[in-house]
Design a protein around this ligand. Structure first.
Ligand code: ZN
Ligand code: ZN
Ligand code: FE
Length: 744
């Protein structure tokens, strides 16, 4: 990568070992020539990997013998240009320890300066306009370096050697405080003034690395509630930013892995189990056992956290599901009705990049939203792409993927494409990535859904080979690529919605799959979705559909879900029965919705997946009971949702507590998955199971299923580098297109 301090590091290392030679950059990466004693050269090669600077990624080291030159001394060679580019742009990185020390040192010339950075840290991807990664091609172009900064920049021994965004109070960006209408408020210290306003319960829009956040004092119930109502975000949990791991421990259970995720250079939001007496306002994450926590990652965050002295709710700067604001004028326009003021600055954000979301799972990091801090670092794959590929991704939680060689570049989280701004981010993002990574796709992969805007985008491209990839095959392929596996697996793709090869809506699928193809060997019994998309927003409609499927005559009298929705129940049921505007679905997500509604947890939702999330949260993790599972002995196998629904209703009738029923339902789904997989294994001999699709964000379900499958001797693959939800679809599409291309 460029600008990560690798050449100065090599220079220092070679000099210390008394080796002669040179180090330089070319289009393939870094080249080094060293001359000296054999043991010292060995030491050099060892240290090259072991001690590389924090932002450098050493993918591989290739060595060969050269003739001795006898030259003395070590030099940094000038960069060569031209040829096909292979050097990479880094992801944005949290403020390093060196910069934090300077930030807090009254004698340092950058004391308290909110834009301090160096070769080891600071903004990267979010400020890059073009390649090569040089200051004139970043949003720092507007800030000519002062003499002091320039001297550091040109000194190979300095921590800021070739640090493109380096700056100081004399030459760099400045902080400003604005009122609720975007007019400047003259204050001596914008950070202190902002902290005072937060302490007084105000809502502030704070400009971050990849966009604007909305901030309130996390301990202030009234302010948090006000933020919810102004943002029209009724229930979806907010994330909280704290200064240190110890502060995080006051809110959540933080084990060693969680601490590593919190303190790493990427600084994602980490979902962790909250402690009982967590000192945050109740409306931060209502009814949720988890809390999203992150540590400050910009100098401004550190200054603000120190000035406030407590955790801050930091949520994306938008109204409900819109993309976050990142351009200054637009932010003032859109957030004026929500924020009481703006803490902003004049360094432009070039690419809107949301906070990433991860959680520790099964001993490693599991990424749920891959964006700031991760993007554009490539996912390296086992098998190469014969021709460059563009994969257009899904409709919701869209990401796209450009791939060549062994590298797949996944985009930042684009969001739901139904919105004009996200669609523009999608098309402009593809253009940007093509330029940054010099990839001219010849193969373009897309979903089979004809109405996805990402599919339409693909169909509008000329002169490329199109590859349609079934949604759930893409999920499973994504999980395979994520784990570096190519071979045959039983892919269990459970999600909300995906276009099936037969034109119905799939989502509870068992696919015998490899990267190149799949066979649908089992699935949930389809039921109608009364009203189509309306049934997604109103889980009680799915309850009606599943109850109708479970009871030939009529569901038992006295069901509360029926009583609550009595006026619409008959027309909706009739619609489903007559197949009017009621597409068939085998979706597992919709089964979870139905059970959530039957249990009285949620009849209609305010955010995607809410009913299933709340069903999981309601479940008593101590309950080990389950329900009998029914499968057919046809091929493909059909798994009966009706049997599960009848068991749930029977328990309700016996007044079994809801948390117990919710847990038994989870356990039964885990048992069902295991039974179906065991039946498929008997017939096919395949004993590796890949779990993918948004339903597997359910931690209770995933852990129960893994335990149950491993118990039966299965090897289980889950996602870790890319999301199991539709954010990972583009990688799967690319992997499928690459495999088909290799097979040609
Ligand atoms: Zn630094
Ligand atoms: Zn300067
Ligand atoms: Fe999906």
């Amino acid at each position: 990568m460029q600008g990560v301090g690798f050449r100065p590091f090599v220079y220092a290392l070679a000099t210390a070992l008394d080796l002669s030679g040179l180090v330089g950059n070319d289009v393939h990466g870094v080249f080094v020539e060293v001359e000296g004693s054999a043991t010292r050269v060995e030491d050099f090669l060892t240290a090259l990997r072991r001690d590389a600077p924090p932002l450098a990624v050493v993918e591989r080291v290739r060595t060969r013998q050269l003739a001795l030159t006898g030259a003395r001394g070590f030099a940094i060679a000038a960069s060569t240009v031209g040829g096909e580019r292979e050097t990479l742009v880094s992801a944005d990185s949290t403020t390093c320890a060196g910069c934090l020390a300077e930030l807090a040192d009254p004698a340092d010339r950058r004391f308290g300066y909110p834009f301090i950075n160096c070769t080891n840290c600071g903004p990267r991807f979010t400020i890059v306009r073009d390649v090569p990664y040089d200051r004139p091609f970043t949003t720092m172009a507007d800030f000519p370096m002062c003499a002091d900064c320039a001297a550091e920049y040109h000194d190979p021994a300095d921590r800021r050697f070739h640090a493109q965004p380096t700056c100081c109070p004399a030459c760099g960006p400045r902080l400003r405080l604005l009122d609720d209408r975007g007019n400047p408020v003259p204050v001596d210290d914008p950070v202190r003034a902002a902290a005072q306003r937060l302490r007084a319960g105000k809502i502030l829009a704070v400009k971050g690395l990849g966009g604007y956040h909305l901030a309130v004092d996390a301990g202030n119930e009234a302010a948090t509630g006000r933020l919810r109502s102004r943002k029209h975000r009724e229930d979806k949990p907010f994330a909280v930013m704290v200064s240190t791991v110890d502060d995080a421990r006051a809110l959540c259970r933080v084990d060693e892995l969680a601490a590593t995720l919190l303190t790493g250079r990427r600084r994602p939001i980490v979902l962790l189990p909250r402690v009982g007496d967590a000192s945050v306002a109740g409306s931060v994450a209502p009814g949720n056992r988890q809390l999203g926590v992150m540590l400050g990652y910009t100098p401004l965050h550190h200054l603000l956290l120190a000035a406030l002295g407590g955790p801050i709710v930091l949520t994306s700067g938008n109204i409900s599901d819109e993309p976050i604001a990142y351009r200054d004028a637009d932010a003032v326009d859109r957030l004026a009705g929500i924020a009481d003021g703006f803490l902003t600055h004049d360094r432009a954000i070039h690419i809107r990049t949301d906070d990433s979301v991860v959680r520790p799972f099964d001993g490693r990091e599991s990424v749920l939203r891959r964006s700031r801090g991760y993007v554009p670092e490539p996912i390296s794959l086992e098998l190469p792409f014969p021709r460059p590929v563009l994969a257009c991704g899904a409709e919701l939680k869209n990401t796209f993927c450009l791939a060549k060689g062994r590298r797949a570049f996944l985009s930042e989280h684009i969001g739901d494409l139904e919105n004009f701004q996200t669609l523009r981010a999608f098309t402009e993002g593809i253009t940007h990535f093509r330029r940054l990574f010099d990839i001219n796709p010849l193969v373009v992969a897309h979903d089979l859904h004809p109405e996805y805007l990402s599919t339409k985008y693909a169909h509008d491209l000329a002169g490329v080979e199109l590859v349609g990839v079934q949604h759930h095959h893409a999920h499973i392929a994504s999980c395979l690529a994520d784990n570096g596996v190519a071979g045959s697996v039983i892919g269990v793709a459970f999600d909300g919605t995906g276009y099936g090869s037969d034109g119905t809506i799939w989502g509870g699928e068992f696919l015998l799959a490899d990267l190149a193809g799949f066979e649908r060997v089992a699935h949930l019994d389809p039921v109608p979705m009364p009203g189509g998309a309306a049934a997604i927003r109103a889980p009680w409609r799915m309850a009606a559909a599943h109850l109708n499927a479970a009871y030939a005559d009529a569901p038992p009298a006295g069901l509360a879900v029926l009583a609550r929705n009595e006026s619409s129940w008959q027309p909706v049921s009739a619609m489903a029965r007559r197949s009017v505007n009621s597409p068939l679905t085998s979706s597992a997500g919709r089964l979870f919705d139905a059970v959530a509604a039957i249990l009285g947890i949620r009849d209609s939702i305010n955010y995607e997946g809410q009913a299933a999330v709340e069903l999981e949260q309601a479940a008593d993790p101590g309950e080990t009971g389950s329900y009998p599972v029914e499968i057919t002995d046809e091929w493909p196998i059909r798994l009966s949702g009706a049997a599960l629904v009848r068991a749930v209703v029977a328990d309700l009738g016996r007044a079994v507590p809801v948390p117990v029923i919710a847990a038994r339902f989870h356990n039964a789904v885990a048992d069902a998955v295991t039974l179906v997989c065991a039946t498929i294994r008997e017939r096919t001999g395949v004993s590796v199971v890949a779990l993918s699709g948004g339903v597997w964000q359910n931690l209770l379900l995933t852990s129960r299923t893994m335990i149950s499958l491993r118990d039966k001797g299965f090897t289980v693959l889950t996602h870790h580098r890319v999301p199991c939800n539709d954010g990972g679809i583009s990688l799967g599409q690319a992997a499928v297109a690459g495999a088909l291309d290799r097979a040609h």
